[in-house]
Design a protein around this ligand. Structure first.
Ligand SMILES: [Zn+2]
Length: 250
């Protein structure tokens, strides 16, 4: 199994490839959707509770499926986890990843989890962030997970892995409803919630670009284009739904 140092280095390398520095929070969905040379299609789909995500490679094309029933924080973590399988595992054709962080996990799954944690929150980034306070109490934990936009569970595991929080101290915060605690500190609950049901089926990235290109080159009819977009849950494109008001949402 790769060491934590190696996985942190890979995470930093990936950030560099994406044009990101080693300290800032990243918008992982926007970065992956726009990573045109990797040809990645992202499908958000409500999967079984036991599955966090899946990825499949067919030739040059990659499909990442994210369980949209999980919280936004967890979806971001899953996206970073799936990237590890795609970028750093040669033999990967099809992987299905479990929701649980614990249990009997393969080295590949453990590595992907650790990589995801470092991609969203590099080792030095967390240390530098923690310079502003003395102890990892619940308020500081929530502020940090909000800053890096990482799930509460992933943050708690990371603090223990890096030796910043003892198991005993971590156990004090078990049983709390983190979204309520975050609300009291003035944050929205979005990080801890899934998407609304009407956004749980959604495709972005390479597939949409391919359909648009085929249509532009007149290799498919307008009807076929609409059909392909509807197949990928993009009625919003076909029917111009959710069009933003000019100026208002820019
Ligand atoms: Zn996995």
């Amino acid at each position: 199994m790769k060491s934590h140092q190696e996985l942190n280095s890979l995470a930093l390398r990936t950030r560099r490839q994406l044009g990101e520095d080693g300290y800032s929070p990243i918008d992982i969905f926007a970065l992956v959707n726009g990573w045109t040379d990797k040809k990645i299609t992202v499908v958000r789909y409500p999967l079984s509770e036991r599955i966090s995500g899946m990825c499949t490679r067919v030739g040059e094309d990659v499909v990442i499926c994210i369980n949209s029933r999980s919280s936004n924080g967890r979806q971001r973590f899953t996206m970073a986890h799936e990237l590890y399988h795609i970028l750093y595992e040669d033999k990967m054709d099809r992987v299905i990843c479990g929701m649980s962080f614990s249990g009997n996990k393969s080295d590949s799954e453990k590595e992907a989890d650790q990589f995801a944690s470092y991609l969203l929150m590099p080792y030095d980034a967390l240390l530098q962030y923690a310079e502003r306070f003395k102890t990892w109490d619940l308020k500081n934990i929530i502020e940090a997970e909000q800053f890096f936009q990482i799930s509460h569970m992933a943050m708690m595991l990371r603090l223990q892995t890096d030796g910043l929080l003892t198991e005993k101290d971590a156990s004090k915060y078990q049983g709390i409803t983190v979204s309520r605690e975050a609300s009291k500190l003035g944050y929205s609950k979005d990080l801890y919630m899934p998407l609304p049901e009407n956004r749980q089926y959604f495709t972005t990235g390479e597939y949409i670009r391919k359909v648009e290109k085929l249509s532009e080159e007149e290799r498919i009819s307008d009807g076929k284009k609409d059909e392909l977009l509807l197949d990928s849950f993009r009625a919003d494109i076909v029917y111009n739904l959710d069009e933003e008001e000019p100026d208002l949402n820019d």
